[in-house]
Design a protein around this ligand. Structure first.
Ligand code: UFG
Length: 340
């Protein structure tokens, strides 16, 4: 029997999930991946084993399928926690297909919570998003900032999932939960073995930048330069994905020390905002290249500016960011060049 505490990581071959697998193993846990590769690739598993230097157990299961997950759990002995990443995350797609988002994102969480109860799994770490704050009154947000009515089905599922977890914790003496509200994850593992793998045309800024630099996309469009911000373009809190992954380990370690009914939310950002143009120019500078971009129209639904006050995560999780935006943009470019 394995001595190590086993942690199930759903979506463990996805962007944030794969980096978290590496950090979870580094911290001395046994990482077990639940992933059916619908938004990733099986070869990520090989890369994870290469980086971690150990065999990683993987189950090809849909997180909406309770029976498949419980069969997997029956073969494991020491599962202590679940980090639940598996979800759909494209805001635009969610507007076109809201049912898919409610079914997959909320449906899978209901199955995960049933599983946690039935198998007496004590710790849940959940992937939430700064999207829960909507367009905030002040650009810097704490965990006390008002949760706004969602502007997309994707955002609505994150709010609903947070609420469901809070109710589940209140109803169950065993379950302890941490809700991690991500700002904008960028970068890749410094080894360039794993990183973001968008399916089709990227929605997010940095993969669009790296694909344009590589020649896969002809030109990047900056969505609007007439906002009331430092240079007219939107401002976000871009955080290196390895720092984000590390926060999941810190969250687990803290959860393990908590009493019954523990449920806390944490902002995971650097505390610093960067504009779209700042990201583009920093990318050009650190990688010594020129990017083909134009200024276009605003993208409907974009928040003007938002960045995190990460003090709560810094103080309570003992977590802080180690990488800079320059590091992240170098790592993103190394990774892009390493994709076949
Ligand atoms: N942008 C461009 N051109 C592009 C892509 C993005 O100018 O081709 C701009 C956007 O307008 C925005 C910034 O780059 O100002 C960042 O856009 P992303 O799509 O990378 O990220 P978002 O901040 O829009 O979205 C992120 C997450 C979502 C989450 C949202 C909450 O990806 O999952 O934050 O605010 F819902």
């Amino acid at each position: 029997m394995s001595e190590k505490k086993q942690i199930i990581i759903t979506g463990g071959t996805g962007f944030i999930g794969s980096h978290t697998v590496v950090e979870v193993i580094k911290a001395g846990f046994d990482a077990i991946i639940f992933d059916d590769f619908r938004n990733s690739k099986p070869w990520i598993l090989d890369r994870l084993e290469k980086i971690s230097g150990c065999k990683i157990k993987h189950f090809d299961v849909d997180c909406n399928n309770y029976n498949a997950m419980s069969t997997a759990l029956n073969s494991l002995q020491n599962v202590t926690g679940i980090i639940h990443f598996a979800a759909d995350k494209a805001v635009g797609e969610s507007v076109l297909n809201p049912v898919k988002y409610y079914e997959n994102n909320i449906g899978s969480l209901t199955q995960i919570l049933k599983l946690a109860k039935d198998f007496e799994i004590e710790h849940l770490v959940f992937s939430s998003s700064c999207t829960v704050y909507g367009e905030p009154a002040s650009p810097i947000v704490t965990e006390e900032t008002e949760i706004k009515k969602a502007t997309s089905p994707y955002g609505a599922t994150k709010i609903a999932c947070e609420e469901l977890i809070q109710f589940a914790v209140q109803s169950d003496q065993k379950l302890k939960a941490t809700l991690l509200r991500y700002f904008n994850p960028i970068g890749a593992h410094p080894s360039a073995e794993i990183g973001e793998l968008p399916q089709g045309i990227p929605n997010n800024l940095v993969p669009y930048i790296t694909q344009t630099a590589k020649g896969i996309r002809e030109q990047l469009t900056v969505f609007g330069n007439d906002y009331e911000t430092i240079d007219g373009t939107n401002v976000r809190d871009y955080i290196h994905v390895v720092d984000l992954a590390d926060a999941h380990v810190k969250a687990l370690q803290r959860s393990i020390k908590q009493e019954a009914n523990f449920c806390e939310a944490y902002n995971l950002g650097t505390g610093k905002g960067s504009s779209v143009l700042e990201i583009i120019h920093t990318f050009e500078e650190v990688n010594d290249l020129k990017l083909n971009y134009v200024i276009g129209d605003r993208r409907p639904g974009d928040v003007v500016q938002i960045w995190a006050d990460p003090s709560k995560a810094n103080n309570e999780l003992g977590w802080s960011c180690k990488y800079t935006i320059k590091d992240a943009l170098k790592h993103s470019w190394s990774w892009e060049q390493n994709i076949d």
